[in-house]
Design a protein around this ligand. Structure first.
Ligand SMILES: Nc1ncnc2c1ncn2[C@@H]1O[C@H](COP(=O)(O)OP(=O)(O)OP(=O)(O)O)[C@@H](O)[C@H]1O
Ligand SMILES: [Mg+2]
Length: 154
């Protein structure tokens, strides 16, 4: 699916739908520039699972873990690995394709660790948008099951 959203709430509404469709073992990668809305999307996803407090960005820890009634939620932000050459990525595998659902910011820095089956979320700003709140959001799935899943999102 692909659509243009005009507010944070609309971005998070898509995240809410995704949270309800995925299952333990699924991996979601979040692409987009600094400030595109990757953490904002993840916040909406977490809220749909009952996590009320604001997410702390895992910039220095690389991963934060949340227990939810549906599945463990792993929020990875591996931006720091890109700056430092990716030497301390050891151990992140256990969060990907395992017992929980992982959302990964800056997935390009751990390409070698990503499973083949992923949902990709592309977030981008709209050229000439004066409000600063418009984004194009595109979700794709790398397997037939995941592609079918993202196509259920409206
Ligand atoms: N439609 C929208 N969707 C998402 N975020 C929006 C939207 N409109 C405005 N914003 C704002 O854009 C900012 C997005 O910041 P966010 O931290 O989510 O980006 P990010 O992609 O995680 O960046 P980083 O790469 O630095 O981690 C927030 O301040 C948010 O309020
Ligand atoms: Mg972020």
């Amino acid at each position: 699916m692909k659509k243009i959203v005009h507010t944070v709430e609309e971005t998070q509404a898509i995240a809410t739908q995704l949270a309800q469709l995925v299952a333990a073992g699924d991996t979601i990668i979040l692409n987009g520039d600094l400030g595109a809305g990757k953490t904002t999307f993840t916040q909406g996803f977490a809220r749909a699972l009952g996590i009320k407090r604001p997410l702390k960005s895992p910039t220095f820890t690389l991963v934060r873990e949340y227990q939810t009634p549906r599945y463990p939620l792993y929020h990875l932000d591996v931006y720091r690995l890109g700056e430092e050459g990716g030497s301390d990525e050891i151990g992140l595998e256990e969060y990907l394709g395992g017992d929980g659902v992982a959302l990964v910011e800056w997935p390009e820095f751990i390409m070698n660790l990503l499973p083949n089956a992923v949902i990709t979320v592309n977030l981008s700003r709209i050229l000439g948008d004066d409000s600063g709140q418009q984004r194009q959001i595109e979700l794709t799935g790398s397997t037939p099951r995941l592609q079918k899943l993202v196509n259920q999102i409206g």
